[in-house]
Design a protein around this ligand. Sequence first.
Ligand code: ATP
Length: 334
Amino acid sequence: MLGIEGTAWAASAAVFDTETDDVFIETDAYEPDSGGIHPREAAEHMHDAIPRVVETALAHARETFDGPDTEPPVDAVAFSRGPGLGPCLRTVGTAARALAQSLDVPLIGVNHMVAHLEIGRHTADFDSPVCLNASGANAHLLAYRNGRYRVLGETMDTGVGNAIDKFTRHVGWSHPGGPKVEEAAKDGELIDLPYVVKGMDFSFSGSMSAAKQRYDDGVPVEDICYSLQETIFAMLTEVAERALSLTGSDELVLGGGVGQNARLREMLADMCEQRGADFHAPEPRFLRDNAGMIAVLGAKMYEAGETLAIEDSRVDPNFRPDQVPVTWRTDEPE
Ligand code: ATP
């Protein structure tokens, strides 16, 4: 299975070998010169980089199977249909359609957020986990019920990574801000920031605005980074615990680029240990945006017959995970 990802910053292609479970991923990251992700520039990056990463992934498939001169044994092309930035999705969708046609194989349209969940389920071998997706543009809790992944709780405003990145832009740090906040937080102490959880939903914009204000007031940036992490990760952990309690599940998987943060993983692992639940965070290459998760879910969808006619393969920047009929989980109780 060939997977292609290009919803925001990662121009990525992957080959998933269903026989060996091997996932080869090649990614070319868009790095803005200044500020955050500019949709048009990111789409130009996709235009330039996708052919390169696809060729590298296909070369790997040729090498692994029958040698460099043979046609790679690709059974289908899976691509991210959304959610994501419209210009990026359209560019990558066009590439995926052209590739499926030139290889004469079916096209599979994958929901990027469901892929973040499924790679955790796949690598942990969990049956029916709750998933916390903590990514740049999103933050939500998902759990399976009656043929769909239901959104149990979500951000009421910005995604969790975007909140962190907005703060670091204010400070003048380059994108992405998450790793820099994690580093600076090691030397920080706790200050008060708004903590906003309403039922199963959470909000990050108040914490982020207060963090900017504290910085302007001269509070040490290390203290703000530490407190931003402690505050917003505690919000995510509280709602993740409530989702486990609500569903009765004793499995939690983490998805999304913010999941690379060691402090978030530590808080979630502690909470799960206290409840006697299993916690799994996939390796970092599967947490941040990557085509490996698209190829792995694409293979499951292909197996379930979920191919997509070219004329029905329009991308959707607002594609929600609960719009997707989950037809590949035949073993699940209703
Ligand atoms: P989505 O998957 O919702 O489309 P996205 O495309 O922005 O989101 P991801 O790769 O899932 O991409 O996540 C990127 C985000 O992860 C960025 O906001 C970045 O700052 C954040 N991030 C990366 N590493 C860390 C870290 N160590 N700690 C906290 N945040 C991090």
